[in-house]
Design a protein around this ligand. Structure first.
Ligand code: RBF
Ligand code: MG
Length: 309
């Protein structure tokens, strides 16, 4: 996949470009189906499949909401899109200035003239451009004079869920990681770096944990989860706790994971957690012994649930 991070890198239009554009947060199965349509259309006209997306996520620029929780950070989004088989990914730097681009200008100058769009695949409710003034009817109106085809892709549903990034954010926020998986087509993942903890896990409970600082992304609801852990491209299994460790005084929020059959020291190294099952809520125990006994049960349960991973 060719990745373009600056429109100035495009020196001539792509051959018979078939385009889709959006934020694609989550790269969920709805997005994946859309990308397959783009690829198939491109193949049928001996063309190039082109995805146009924006970095950072526009909501972080328009609403000045720097902490809007996103499902897939840029690096994961690029990796996932790379796996779909799309020819070219164009990441437009999203600034306040760019946000003011009228919808018509975006279509004419960028999609048609710069990229050479011959067809665009979009969802029925797609909107774009300044104040989201662009929509399917504007595209259809411009299609004739600018020589491109508009292909509308239908909604996809899975077990009654309409697949959308918003729905996935809600599910993850509620701790429903098994449901989120159905919409994502993979486990929900967070990435972070291992930081020094208080060493309390190993010393007091007998279960060492890697404490994580999450990068700026959506964190599942507090609780205990069966997870797979990726470190240095190797996959392990484990149990993660998200929360305040209420059993102990002045508990502060943290994400930590006890990795099975693992005793390397990995401070300051990146790891990834894939949320497979939610085991329980976090609870206040009478003391470290009863908490340790519960964690032992959590580990047994998680080993069982993760046997297929
Ligand atoms: N702390 C709590 O106070 N209540 C819990 O229910 C709880 N569950 C945990 C489950 C697992 C699998 C792990 C690894 C940790 C859990 N913790 C819980 C956090 C525990 O207090 C913490 O690991 C130690 O205090 C070390 O930081
Ligand atoms: Mg720890």
């Amino acid at each position: 996949m060719q990745i373009i991070e600056d429109l100035k890198e495009i020196s001539s239009p792509f051959k018979n470009a078939v385009v889709t554009t959006g934020n694609f947060d989550g790269v969920h199965i709805g997005h994946q189906a859309l990308f397959r349509q783009v690829i198939e259309k491109a193949e049928s006209i001996d063309g190039t499949s082109v995805l146009v997306t924006f970095v950072p996520h526009p909501i972080r620029v328009i609403n000045s909401n720097k902490h809007f929780p996103i499902i897939t950070r840029y690096d994961q989004k690029v990796e996932l899109i790379g796996e779909t088989g799309v020819d070219t990914l164009i990441c437009i730097p999203f600034t306040r200035e760019f946000a003011a681009t009228p919808a018509r200008t975006f279509v004419k100058d960028i999609l048609c003239e710069l990229i050479g769009m011959k067809a665009i695949v979009v969802g029925q409710d797609y909107s774009f451009g300044r104040k989201r003034e662009g929509n399917v009817s504007l595209l259809k109106e411009m299609a004739v004079s600018h020589g491109f085809e508009v292909i509308i892709s239908g909604w996809i549903e899975v077990e009654g869920y309409r697949i959308s990034s918003t729905e996935i954010r809600n599910l993850v926020t509620e701790g429903k990681v098994e449901e989120a998986e159905k919409l994502l087509g993979r486990h929900y993942q967070v990435r972070g770096e291992v930081v020094r903890g208080r060493d309390r896990g190993a010393k007091l409970l007998g279960f060492p944990t890697a404490n994580l600082t999450l990068y700026d992304e959506l964190c599942p609801k507090t609780g205990v989860y069966a997870v797979t852990v990726e470190h240095d491209s190797v996959q392990y299994k484990g149990v993660a706790n998200i929360g305040y460790s209420p059993t102990f005084k002045n508990g502060q929020f943290g994400v930590e994971v006890h990795i099975f059959d693992f005793d390397d020291t990995i401070y300051e190294q990146p790891i990834r957690l894939n949320f497979v099952h939610r085991l329980r809520d976090e609870k206040k125990f009478s003391g470290p012994e009863s908490l340790a006994a519960q964690i032992k049960l959590d580990i047994e349960k998680a080993r069982e649930l993760l046997s297929g991973e």
